[in-house]
Design a binder for this molecule. Sequence first.
Ligand SMILES: Cc1cc2nc3c(=O)[nH]c(=O)nc-3n(C[C@H](O)[C@H](O)[C@H](O)COP(=O)(O)OP(=O)(O)OC[C@H]3O[C@@H](n4cnc5c(N)ncnc54)[C@H](O)[C@@H]3O)c2cc1C
Length: 209
Amino acid sequence: MKKGYEAVIIGGGIVGCATAFELAKRGVTDILLLEKGFLTSGATGRCGAGIRQQWGSELNARLALESTQIFEQLEEYTGYPRSCELHQGGYLLAAYSEKEWAQFQENLKVQHALGIDARAVDLAEAREIVPILNTEGMYGATFCQKDGHANPFHCTQAYAQGAQRMGGNRSLHRRYRLSDQEWPYCRSGNHKGLCREQSGHQLRQHQSA
Ligand SMILES: Cc1cc2nc3c(=O)[nH]c(=O)nc-3n(C[C@H](O)[C@H](O)[C@H](O)COP(=O)(O)OP(=O)(O)OC[C@H]3O[C@@H](n4cnc5c(N)ncnc54)[C@H](O)[C@@H]3O)c2cc1C
């Protein structure tokens, strides 16, 4: 292993891989990505991968809007040859109290100011959108067709492989524990082979095994 890198990223989840990609896109390709398990072995590989723009704070809503725009063309953006399986089936958010319904209306103002295409729907339309929905006790709902979900494994791979390509396949996806203390097998000698530096190619083989 080299002694220094332009950037060292700890964690091969969606955040680490997206960070690697965005750095590589900006010309920083001498990157070491440290992952103690395998790409997506953390929260990313366990998440529902819901992507929604219906937030109440401007910061969250803006972040979600811009993220959605990236997810809508992630394959093209990263050069990923497969589909990231974005499905924009819409999120229907239901309010079950007057207070919650008032908050939803405030949220819509924040969303509309940013150009997010969310809207209030009455109970009849809520039932049309989700036919099995029991609207008893509901005050109203908001709906955004562009909300949905994607495949977290493909999204992470899209970023990881995109970053790797931009680095000339040299710099990314080496798999280490940060220290022996964090990996008891290293000390006991078991699985010692996995401690060694792996090339991106070897890691891909490992992941697909
Ligand atoms: C059940 C569930 C449902 C969720 N649903 C949604 C949802 O619908 N929509 C949404 O946007 N978000 C959702 N989330 C949140 C989302 O999964 C996380 O915000 C996101 O995955 C965080 O990505 P990350 O890369 O920061 O973390 P992670 O994916 O956890 O990546 C961190 C990586 O770091 C590695 N690591 C940790 N310590 C070390 C170390 N010392 N050395 C080397 N590597 C290390 C881990 O192995 C891991 O792979 C959900 C989360 C869960 C658990």
